[in-house]
Write a protein that binds this ligand. Sequence first.
Ligand SMILES: Cc1cc2nc3c(=O)[nH]c(=O)nc-3n(C[C@H](O)[C@H](O)[C@H](O)COP(=O)(O)OP(=O)(O)OC[C@H]3O[C@@H](n4cnc5c(N)ncnc54)[C@H](O)[C@@H]3O)c2cc1C
Length: 495
Amino acid sequence: MLKTSFSKLYRNTNFKQLKNPSLNLRKFSTTLERQNFKKLDEADVAHFKSIIPADDVLTSDLEFYNTDWLRKYKGNSSLVLRPKTTEQISKILNYCNIKKLAVVPQGGNTGLVGGSVPVFDEIILSTTKMNKIHSFDTISSTIHCEAGCVLETLNNYVEEKGYTMPLDLGAKGSCQIGGNLATNAGGIHFVKHGSLRKNCKGLKAVLADGTIIDSMNPLPKNNTGYDLKQLFIGSEGTLGIITECLLNIPAKPKFNDLLLVSCEKFEDILNIYKNIKLHLEEVIYAIEFFDNESLLIQEKHGRISPLEQKYPFYLLIETASNNPENQKILEDFISIIEPLDGVIAQDESQKKKMWEIRETIQEGASREGIVLSYDISLPLQHFYEVVEESRKKVGDLAKVIGYGHIGDYNLHLNICYDKFECDENFHKIEKIMEPFIYDTLVKYRGSVSAEHGIGLHKVKYLDRTQNQNSIELMKLIKRTMDPNNILNPYKVIKF
Ligand SMILES: Cc1cc2nc3c(=O)[nH]c(=O)nc-3n(C[C@H](O)[C@H](O)[C@H](O)COP(=O)(O)OP(=O)(O)OC[C@H]3O[C@@H](n4cnc5c(N)ncnc54)[C@H](O)[C@@H]3O)c2cc1C
């Protein structure tokens, strides 16, 4: 039975709009050695100015480009290039390859594994200026756009026409579609629309030597050899620079409802999940999880739960369909699962507030101090066990919170240290967590990266999820496509 009846009204909460956290910059110390790339000189800079306008050859105020979103990694590049066309990127890379100048492709710089910033002095190639939407074909539901289009801008564009982007994530206001493809980003609607791999119909990319690979064929059937576009998706800028894409754009459902429920035990969460599969399969749009420790952090930053009481676990369940009875379906579901407590959002503003609690947990945690952030996949039976084991291991040294895309078995495990300094205790925590967390994933047959990628952070743990033969084949592909290793060196695979 419900302890509290479902409230139709959201409590009048005072949400503060959070901006990017302003953290003190941590010093990233690397044990890596700079590979034998050429050092940039004035002649190189002059050459780039002959390819793109001088305004887009930046040599000062590069702090933003050199620093990752978590402020964990900081590079030392003295050059950012902002080309506008595929042909310009081709000329830039052709030159860099001949001269052996290393390059880091960068989109919105919201990546969470250190992939988007240089390790040393690599040139940063930003796609920010490649932001044209070329066309939207409503017959095939396909958008053709450039890599630098911001996800939210694309979503606003297609929403006006009754459609929606096949992915949605907390960083949507800054991340770019090229970066999303390069990381094969997941997000909250993966459970409905599937991966970007599945929704990408075509792609244009530039190889390390400047060769343009045009794989922009939107036909649903095209069995003509290898599907080359898939090589670039999820390769995190190590095999080529994505410049344009064709994406499948689903219609936006007319009705959309959001339910927040609470549970006393994690087993109850699993039971609700089982019932979602049984009763909501056709309408389910998102299934997101967070624990009470995550909520407590959020409440400090003004993101208040609509529920009167606190409970150990919460699920956000979103349904969407063209059925005017969409909300009734959700209400019927409540009587099947009989949660402890819950609330259905009654208007767009309530939905937004409820989503903000879940979507800005990473941001809220990062405001408190340094966050060790693990994006992992594992069978649901072990999903919360990992959080509890980590909590026991870390003890009083840090707060451990668990949240994530439970519908995709994707846990975000954050170890939140209450200081911004990498002091002795912080290093102690790091030593406790790694490799413990990745070894635990081997035991449960999980993945060391569910959706954020390998970047720099997880290079040494790739072998916990990929077998040796697969890693050797990855290296062979990398050597073939980028023999001088100029594209995002030090990332994804170790050489
Ligand atoms: C608050 C917050 C919430 C997030 N939520 C999610 C989430 O729910 N799901 C999820 O998957 N991720 C999430 N992320 C991580 C991040 O937003 C994604 O990885 C996103 O896809 C990165 O896009 P970007 O444009 O910022 O890429 P960047 O961070 O600039 O780059 C990411 C990687 O892609 C490479 N790259 C970028 N552009 C190109 C290109 N055009 N061609 C080739 N390589 C390129 C870079 O070299 C780097 O290795 C979140 C991040 C934040 C800060």
